[in-house]
Design a protein. Structure first.
Length: 670
């Protein structure tokens, strides 16, 4: 990276046509490098404190390389005006187009703009690219999705993600209630704060009202029309991130130039990745933007379509810091040399010595009221130990498992596995959870990937089709995209269950799903041959240290606690995450954030399922102090979901706002 000076503009207003102003922070390159291309990150997480350290880790480096790096708070967030009515609302996307036009017209910008973002910023980068603003010349999308229904934190496989939907909605309830900074917006901050708390919707209620893939979810899902994206896309993901399948779909569907990298990472930027190895992500981004914003031939288009980390076995928990494996590449995607191989699924339970004998067929009855899945960790993982999955042996023992004989030779997979089963059910609604595990010679079972399928969505997610009692169906459960190397002597295991708590909300009533023997039942693996040329790939550089800034971030603590009461049969999973304390040393502002999620369920009673979320956000500067506390609760009976949210806010020690909302929403085959 060049060692150039840059200028930090701590606050800048971006005016919109309707009179709204959006708040921005800008890192400008040395004056001699201006006008320069601009790189935009456009997210709702408060540039002043919540993402200030991370923003500096990215954008200060981009300015050092001669770019004008711009971090903008969405309408209704941070110091920006207005209300944020939902994720990816049309107003957000239209505002983004205006922001790009405004940036291109600034005297310090040469008219060329790129977008970068992780998660929310990766989503709206794709969505805004599909609107084709003229100045947007390329994007970098990290840990994002092309399909808001099938591949986000609300639903997967048509099942409600219990471990994510309410927790994420609870987080946004608290985030949206944080006040703007009086030092930026002036005396109107209090009026704006009260207005924002009173009039910003409770997102989870709207999400629960749309339980199928309707127009609500199709909005913002760029897979509806990949041809709308004409700007080149660098797509980035991690095997521990549930959005990773979108990277492969973008490679297949977008006709503009697309290059992709998938590391061993969780839901993080690759220069801060956990687990590692982390990389010099800045160098890869600058290489991409230099190609398309500056018109330099950096070789970006000569790269293979996909660079991916191919992990190998490690005992569960032994690879929290660094995941063993190697980088591989595919020149094209889909790759003609990756061949789908089918493995017949037959056999007894995992503990039976004859599990790999294809002659041992029988009906298997899966009880939906079993509490299993607590070893699955979080669906959306950020790399911390509390979110990672654990040894799978306990969950395997409660599921039905198909396990191969020990492998004679190494088997490497890269792509999207799938499992087809013949099933029936004794109730109109049921679901399947399928896990693909690597079983070591000592019996240790490690999760490779997993997937859910609501059986009322067996023919697609737009229509609920109740099951006919006793009728058999051949159904296919696609698993999350993955890469893995199974070593000789290891066994491949498919674990099947009718429940998976707390990731999947339980079926509406107790149901028995029967898995029937069938010659069509199989595991399909995308098998990749070993390629010696992988050893000659262009190496990624080491991650660069953050540039100095007047910011201090003390690390927080995260814990995961699992309690089971054998008398009541109740299991409680509690996840507590503390972000630590942030301080801006230049002006004395500070922020602390804490969250607790509890997931409880009693054996035999699906209506005992309960998700409770607590959030605390507080901050201030000098005598100005604020605090926001939220609590959220989700339950269900056979026919309805019941959700409650409470928001309380304090200025100093004085309570200034309190609101509780309740909603009862019919279940739709879920």
């Amino acid at each position: 990276m060049p060692d150039a000076r840059s200028e930090l503009v701590r606050h800048l207003w971006i005016p919109l046509a309707d009179g709204t102003r959006l708040a921005a922070r800008v890192w400008l390159p040395d004056g001699a490098a201006r006008p320069a291309p601009a790189i935009l990150e456009y997210i709702p997480y408060r540039k002043n404190d919540a993402t200030a350290s991370r923003d500096n880790s990215l954008h200060a480096r981009f300015a050092e390389c001669g770019y004008a790096a711009v971090r903008v708070d969405l309408r209704g967030s941070g110091d920006s005006d207005g209300l944020m009515l939902d994720e990816y609302a049309q107003a957000e996307l239209d505002d983004g187009v205006e922001v790009i036009e405004w940036l291109a017209a600034q005297p310090w910008c040469d008219g060329n703009v790129g977008m970068i973002g992780k998660s929310w910023g990766g989503f709206n980068g794709l969505q805004i690219a599909a609107l084709r603003p003229a100045a947007l010349k390329a994007i970098v999308t990290v840990c994002s999705t092309d399909d808001r229904y099938a591949d986000d934190v609300h639903f997967t496989g048509g099942s409600l993600i219990a471990s994510e939907m309410l927790p994420w909605a609870s987080t946004m309830l608290a985030y949206n209630a944080r006040p703007a900074d009086p030092a930026v917006v002036g005396d109107r901050w209090r009026e704006q704060w009260l207005h924002r708390m009173a009039d910003t919707p409770v997102y989870v209620e709207e999400w629960l009202r749309h339980q199928t893939r309707d127009a609500y979810w199709k909005h913002g899902s760029v897979c509806e029309d990949f041809s709308a994206i004409t700007a080149p896309v660098l797509a980035v993901g991690g095997w521990y991130d549930p959005y990773v399948g979108a990277v492969l779909r973008l490679l297949e569907g977008v006709r503009a130039p697309v290059r992709a990298m998938v590391g061993p990472w969780a839901h993080t930027y690759p220069h801060q990745a956990e687990p590692g190895p982390a990389i010099d992500f800045h160098g890869e981004v600058v290489r991409w933007f230099d190609q398309f914003l500056r018109g330099r031939d950096t070789g970006a288009l000569d790269d293979p379509a996909l660079r991916a980390w191919l992990p190998q076995w490690a005992a569960p928990g032994a690879d929290r810091a660094v995941r063993p494996g190697r980088w591989v590449a595919e020149r094209n995607w889909p790759s003609e040399r990756i061949q789908e191989q089918a493995f017949a699924l037959a056999g007894e339970s995992a503990g039976d010595a004859a599990t790999h004998d294809p002659l041992r067929y029988r009906d298997v009855h899966l009880d939906s009221t079993r509490v299993l899945g607590t070893a699955g960790g979080s669906w959306l993982q950020f790399g911390d130990a509390a979110g990672q999955f654990g040894p799978q042996g306990g969950d395997d023992g409660l599921a039905h498992c198909f396990t191969t004989a020990p492998l004679d030779e190494r088997a490497e997979i890269l792509g999207v596995p799938a499992v087809t089963l013949r099933v029936s059910a004794d109730r109109p609604a049921a679901q399947l959870a399928v896990r693909l595990n690597d079983v070591a010679p000592d019996g240790s079972s490690r999760l490779v990937t997993r997937g859910l399928l609501n059986l009322t969505h067996r023919e697609g997610h737009e229509e609920v089709l109740p099951l006919e009692t006793g009728r058999t169906y051949d159904v296919t459960v696609p698993l999350l995209a993955t890469a893995h190397a199974f070593a000789p002597g290891h066994r491949v295991r498919v674990a099947v269950s009718a429940s998976y708590w707390p990731l999947a909300w339980p079926s509406p009533e107790p149901v028995t799903v029967t898995v029937h023997p069938s010659p069509t039942s199989e595991l399909r693996l995308p098998v990749r041959p070993f390629d010696e040329a992988d050893a000659g790939l262009r190496p990624y550089g080491e991650p660069l240290p953050d540039l100095p800034a007047d910011l201090a971030q003390t690390p927080g603590e995260s814990t995961r606690r699992i309690e089971h009461d054998p008398v009541s049969g109740r299991t409680v999973v509690e996840l507590a995450v503390g972000d630590g304390e942030f301080k801006d040393l230049s002006d004395g502002s500070w922020r602390i954030s804490d969250s607790v999620d509890r997931f409880s369920l009693s054996e035999g009673d699906p209506h005992s399922a309960l998700v409770e979320c607590e959030r605390t956000e507080e901050g201030g500067r000098g005598d100005w102090r604020w605090k926001v506390v939220t609590s959220s609760r989700l339950t269900a009976d056979r026919d309805t979901f019941k959700v409650s949210n409470t928001l309380t806010a304090f200025e100093g020690d004085t309570q200034v706002y309190d609101r509780t909302t309740d909603a009862v929403i019919p279940r739709q085959g879920m």
